[in-house]
Design a protein around this ligand. Sequence first.
Ligand SMILES: C[S@@+](CC[C@H](N)C(=O)[O-])C[C@H]1O[C@@H](n2cnc3c(N)ncnc32)[C@H](O)[C@@H]1O
Length: 274
Amino acid sequence: MTTALTQSVREFLEGPITRPALLRWRRQQFLTTQGAGAYFGLFDSFNAARAWLPKNPEFDQDALAAEYVTIRARKVFAYDYPVMLWLEHAFREGARSVLDIGGSVGVHYYAYRRYIEMPAALTWGIVEVPAMVSIGRKMAADQKASALNFTEDLQSAVTEGAADIWISAGAIHYLDDARPSRLLASCKTRPRHILLNKLPLYGGEDFITAQNVGEGSIVPLHVYNKRRFVRDIEALGYTLRDEWPVHERGLYLPGHPERSFSSFSGLYFQVDPK
Ligand SMILES: C[S@@+](CC[C@H](N)C(=O)[O-])C[C@H]1O[C@@H](n2cnc3c(N)ncnc32)[C@H](O)[C@@H]1O
């Protein structure tokens, strides 16, 4: 969350005289451990971002799992409540299978099942990077969480799978080619419910930037125009039933105040009746 004071200091530093020094300092800091959480740069593609960034494992390293295993699998946050609400509605309507894109080690399954009732026959598939798949499988075996299964293959999970619900929280924007409208267009059996949380959506043009996500990992990501993002999904036969701001996430892009925004978004789509 950005305070009014931080906002005023940023506005001052973004002025024409201080901006070049600000950008030099931000660029330097971004590439160090002090830059964790920060965003920097505008790129034409994920490849261009990766060519500029120092070589790094991105999300595919064990160190990034620690917070998910110890905290996020056990705790829900304010932005999780709308997801739990709609998930419970979907389960009550008969949904029995979930595809969770970027679901880490199964954090949403573990955390949410403490609050909402899940069907006995539930299957909860997770698409993740190899490090998370391997830690997630071990954790699921230890916890006898037989509903969970893991894959690294997003395209097959989407094309061949037939999940009733798709969930993706704070994740699809980190994949080069996972715009939901594209995934939906390529899948044989479309989900009835789509729950997207912690998404960088705003009023301006789509762009690609980079984020230092900690532990030496710096990754490219998409930022989407909200109206087009929603319209593209609705054009495939869905209605946006709910949306909520995620105040715990915001994006400040040094040198580009017009591409900065103070909160991320959550969206819930339901398939239109035939
Ligand atoms: C910020 S974390 C969010 C995790 C979790 N959904 C949450 O909300 O706490 C982003 C997740 O996306 C996953 N991810 C990034 N690139 C991916 C890819 N190409 N395929 C599958 N998962 C990916 C990361 O490994 C990470 O677990």
